[in-house]
Design a protein around this ligand. Structure first.
Ligand SMILES: NC(=O)C1=CN([C@@H]2O[C@H](COP(=O)(O)OP(=O)(O)OC[C@H]3O[C@@H](n4cnc5c(N)ncnc54)[C@H](O)[C@@H]3O)[C@@H](O)[C@H]2O)C=CC1
Ligand SMILES: O=C(O)C1=N[C@H](C(=O)O)C[C@H](O)C1
Length: 265
């Protein structure tokens, strides 16, 4: 079988750096180019990835035109990640997107584009298997506990809040939970935001601190008992087996899949 040709957007980032290493170490993958805000005209080895002569581009269209590829891995920002994903589909390249913060409208538009082109596209708010299990377990628990609060905790360089994982968890819980306004019916915030974001009565709290990587607790409460589900990523390597599975799977799909849980057995 011929190797899967991969382009990585965001190779100098915290996630992108790990993704470059993973792709270089995977014999079935061939890293053909990278997209970065800077370093156009240089190669990945020029910026420290010794052993890769993949060229770096700053212009997404030039990159995709010069380097036919099978898969784009995007690990950038919500703004540019959306443009890269859309442009990849337009060029017949299948996106694997870890970038979080896309709107529902953007996801819908990308789904329509992927289906019209009959191309796979995977957008996964969290690539860590443990995080996916936490989301699944939360959905199961929400059948029995109507009252739930999500606390997500991340490093202080994160751009989006709440995290993509927290939004996806809340969406999955919403599929099974009866809408309910939680807390006291007459509760009042004396400091604005004290009760966090509110999604169908479910509250989401975002903590940002140096020292953290990526963590989430889902707390359920009922009369006389609580249940806490927690996942912690202590490094970015924890996401890479999920990225690898997505690159392999996106080659076999013809639609947009939102969430790693939809492609795992
Ligand atoms: N799905 C998952 O499992 C995970 C997703 N993420 C998400 O991945 C994204 C990246 O996270 P980090 O690596 O922590 O961020 P980062 O800030 O370390 O890296 C982002 C990279 O994108 C690059 N970039 C920005 N604009 C660009 C453009 N126009 N063209 C090319 N590159 C551009 C930046 O130069 C930077 O190197 C975020 O949206 C984050 O939420 C992060 C961890 C896990
Ligand atoms: O920015 C991060 O770091 C992470 N982003 C993703 C998210 O928004 O959920 C996944 C993980 O939590 C790390």
């Amino acid at each position: 079988m011929s190797s899967i040709r991969v382009i990585i957007a965001g190779p100098r980032g915290r996630m992108g750096t790990e993704a470059v290493k993973m792709v270089m170490e995977t014999p079935e993958f061939d890293l053909v180019a990278a997209l970065d805000r800077k370093h156009g005209g240089e190669t990945l080895s020029d910026i420290g990835f010794s052993g890769s002569d993949a060229p770096i581009y700053t212009d997404v269209r030039d990159c995709f035109t010069d380097h036919p590829a099978d898969v784009l891995i995007d690990l950038t920002t919500p703004e540019f990640g959306y443009v890269h994903t859309k442009t990849a589909l337009e060029h017949g390249i299948r996106p694997v997107v870890g970038t979080t913060g896309f709107t529902d409208e953007q996801l819908e538009e990308l789904k329509e584009l992927a289906e019209s082109k009959e191309l796979g596209c995977i957008i996964a708010p969290n690539f860590a298997i443990g995080a996916v299990l936490m989301m699944k377990f939360s959905q199961l628990a929400a059948k029995y506990f109507q009252d739930v609060e999500i606390i997500e905790l991340h490093h202080d360089k994160k751009l989006d809040a709440p995290s993509g994982t927290a939004v996806k968890t809340a969406q999955m819980i919403n599929e099974v939970r009866q809408p309910k306004k939680q807390g006291h019916p007459d509760e009042k915030e004396t400091i604005q935001g004290a009760r966090g974001a509110n999604m169908n009565g479910m509250h989401i709290h975002s903590v940002r601190l140096p020292g953290l990587i990526a963590h989430q607790q889902v707390l359920f409460g009922a009369d006389g008992e609580t249940l806490t589900l927690r996942h912690d990523s202590y490094n970015r390597a924890s996401f890479m087996s999920g990225v690898k599975v997505c690159v392999e799977t996106v080659m076999k799909t013809k639609t947009l899949v939102y969430g790693l849980e939809n492609i795992l057995d």
